[in-house]
Each structure stands twice: as structure tokens, then as C-alpha cells.
Design a protein around this ligand. Structure first.
Ligand code: ADP
Ligand code: AMP
Length: 213
């Protein structure tokens, strides 16, 4: 099962990915998480990406495509994977097609979580993420069981540096200008399904599982 979760920043991709991992036992590939890990490890790639991320801009395609090429080649992706936050540009989508064709695999479904911009700001400003596994929680809409502690791995929950009002604006602009046009790209391939991402977390999960059944 090769899946892609698509949507604006804060639409709920990472939140829903956790339920897909549990059900299908396939890894989540979140380019944002991989970049944040590179920043923590102070790699050259991390240092370069940080400037773009702090400004709410997209990291250059060449960096991202390199990350995906390495990640898809790892053995845990053999039974499938969940792409989260990738691709974000047409060049990335085309590179993904090329890579998957070379690997003799194809995308089964692109699940787009549709959430209007007005709701995104509230979601992102209340987001808390796990430093260890990247899981997302929300102070009001999706609180963790024990305050400040990840439900999945006991890691510490923090506020992401780029989850501030100014950066959200740039990230939404980048989404509409560079990423949203990919909806047509996947619709033309006949693999796009759109879900109402404004429902509560459990309702979106249940719609998603119904779609995959
Ligand atoms: P993305 O991975 O698309 O950037 P997240 O999964 O991190 O988004 O979700 C963004 C924020 O919104 C998080 O704080 C998360 O807990 C919250 N959230 C996710 N899904 C929902 C939902 N259906 N309703 C309300 N809040 C949600
Ligand atoms: P995310 O964790 O998906 O919200 O991504 C956080 C930030 O990482 C984005 O605002 C971008 O700066 C960068 N990023 C993550 N994935 C990509 C991608 N596929 N292409 C370009 N930049 C990305």
C-alpha cells in the first residue's frame, strides 16, 4: 500500500498518518520530520534547510528529492509507505513518478485533507509536537493524555519554531502557489480522493479507513 497524505500545513496529515501506521504497519515518510532531525543533528543539509523553514519557505527541490530517493530505498518501505508533506511542487511530483517507475512501484491513493485557511491558524497555533517521534497534538482539539508527554513514545512535546502567526502566512502562501496545483496532477491520474478535514480527528480517521477498505 503506497499512500500519500496531501493538504495544507496543519490540515492533519501527521495526525492521520499515525493511525495508518497502526493499521497497515507501514512507515510514515514526512520530509518535515526528516529535515527537523537533520537540524537537530546539525548536518550541512539541516543547516541549509533551517533558513527556509524558519522563513516558512519551501526547501529547494534538489534537497528534498535527494531525501526521498534515499528514504524510499530503505528496506522498511518494501511493503508500502505513507508520504506526508511530500511532494510540494510539480518538480517533486515528477521526480517521485520517475523514482517509483524505476523501482517498479506505483502510488495507490492520494488522500487530500481539505481544511480552509481560516481553521489552519488555530490548529497550528495550538500544535504541540513530540521531539522524538514527531507525533502531533493540540492543546484544545487533540490533547495528549499526560500533559507535555507524547502518547506514542513518552517523548517531550514542544512548540515548533515555525508554528507562529507570521510563518503560517508564508507557509499557506507557498501551499496555494506551489503545492495545491498538484491536486490536478493526481486527479488526472485518477488516484485522488478528497476528505473533509474539518471534522474531528476520529471522524476523519473513520472516513479515511472507509476510503481504503
Ligand atoms: P499536518 O501534518 O498536516 O501539518 P497535523 O497533523 O500536525 O498537521 O495537525 C495540525 C494541528 O491540528 C495539530 O495540533 C493537530 O493535533 C490538530 N488536528 C489534526 N487533525 C485535526 C482535526 N481533525 N480537528 C482538529 N484539530 C486537528
Ligand atoms: P512540515 O513539517 O510538513 O510542516 O514542513 C515544515 C517545513 O519543512 C516546510 O515549511 C518547508 O520549509 C520544509 N519542507 C518539508 N517538506 C518539504 C517539501 N516536500 N518541499 C519543500 N520544503 C519542505
Amino acid at each position: 500500500m503506497n499512500l500519500m497524505l496531501f493538504g495544507a500545513p496543519g490540515a492533519g496529515k501527521g495526525t492521520q498518518a499515525k493511525y495508518l501506521i497502526e493499521r497497515y504497519n507501514i512507515p510514515q515518510i514526512a520530509t518535515g520530520d526528516i529535515l527537523r532531525a537533520a537540524i537537530v543533528n546539525k548536518t550541512a543539509m539541516g543547516m541549509e534547510a533551517k533558513e527556509y523553514m524558519d522563513a516558512g519557505k519551501l526547501v529547494p527541490d534538489s534537497t528534498i528529492i535527494g531525501i526521498i530517493q534515499d528514504r524510499l530505498a530503505q528496506s522498511d518501505c518494501k511493503e508500502g509507505f505513507i508520504l506526508d508533506g511530500f511532494p510540494r511542487t510539480l518538480a517533486q511530483a515528477q521526480a517521485l513518478d520517475f523514482l517509483m517507475e524505476k523501482m517498479g512501484i506505483k502510488l495507490d491513493k492520494v488522500i487530500s485533507l481539505n481544511v480552509p485557511d481560516e481553521l489552519i491558524v488555530g490548529r497550528i497555533s495550538g500544535r504541540r509536537v513530540c521531539v522524538k517521534c514527531g507525533a502531533s497534538f493540540h492543546v484544545e482539539f487533540n490533547p495528549e493524555k499526560v500533559e507535555g508527554v507524547c502518547d506514542y513514545c513518552d517523548g517531550e512535546l514542544i512548540v515548533r519554531k515555525d508554528d507562529n502567526a507570521q510563518t503560517v502566512k508564508s507557509r499557506l502562501e507557498a501551499y496555494h502557489a506551489q503545492t495545491a496545483p498538484l491536486l490536478d496532477f493526481y486527479s488526472d491520474k485518477g488516484i485522488l480522493s478528497t476528505l473533509d478535514g474539518t471534522k474531528d480527528v476520529a471522524a476523519v480517521t473513520s472516513d479515511m479507513f472507509a476510503l481504503l477498505a
